[in-house]
Design a protein around this ligand. Sequence first.
Ligand code: ZN
Length: 301
Amino acid sequence: MSIPNAIERGERFIKPNSAVIAGWVEANVPSEQLNEIWTCLARQWLEMLQETLDDGYAITESEEFVLVAKEDVRLNSRMLASCEHARRTILKTLPDVARDEGYGKHVVLAFADTESYYDYISDFYPDEGEYAISGGVFLDQGYGHFAICLAYGDDHERTIAHELNHNLLRHLPLPLWLNEGVTQVIEDLVVGRSYFSTDHDIVRRHRAYWNTKTIDAFWSGDSFFSPDDGQELSYHLAQVLFRNLMADFPKKMSPLLNAAHYENAGDTALRQLCSVSLGDRVKQFLRDGSWEPGRSYSESD
Ligand SMILES: [Zn+2]
């Protein structure tokens, strides 16, 4: 298959032109072949990308994933196995919520060094984002794919689980706090261990940080990108709220994830399903205060 203008040049690497490719597929591919053809197109794109990477990058595949990484048979088969394990765990844990939509295998690019990782993602994602702390990102453009940086340590199983969970929930209009809350819980489930704790120190930091203004940024999702303490505390608070809800209303978590909307930070769905409000839930953890989401929010990315 050769599609004119399907590939664009970035600063250092190539990237597929999603509109051109999607248009071509729509015009030329019958629906029963979509999965197969998208996977073929992904292979072509990755072979071209491989030529622009340093020497020693190889392409390996499993049932549902294609991985581009430095040639290392054992490490790469372990990474593919953890991708498959993460996907199975997420679909099994959130059966009525997570959806493996779209066509073609999931693509994972594992960069060996930070320089090529940042060079690569800056073509897609010029703003500072979640990748700054997680060492991995889902690039939701064109053939959506995961980019991770192995130089950040060996917790790539956790990074992949995190990004894959976001990917399998992307059809839902979730408020960011709820999305990050459930995603961190799933991450722990996939890797089978947890760093989560609520000790005195973190509770003290929460109490010092949150007020009417900062909590509004939490409901809108902005505080997750905050350069100060706000980022870490936002991820942590999201997890506290989700874990407490999970403990109190275990059967309501799937309906909540399906019904929650970022416009009201999920408050409407929570009131309907569990007869409690977000303000109450924050109060329970912090102290009295006006914690209610106070306006209509737009989608955060
Ligand atoms: Zn996340």
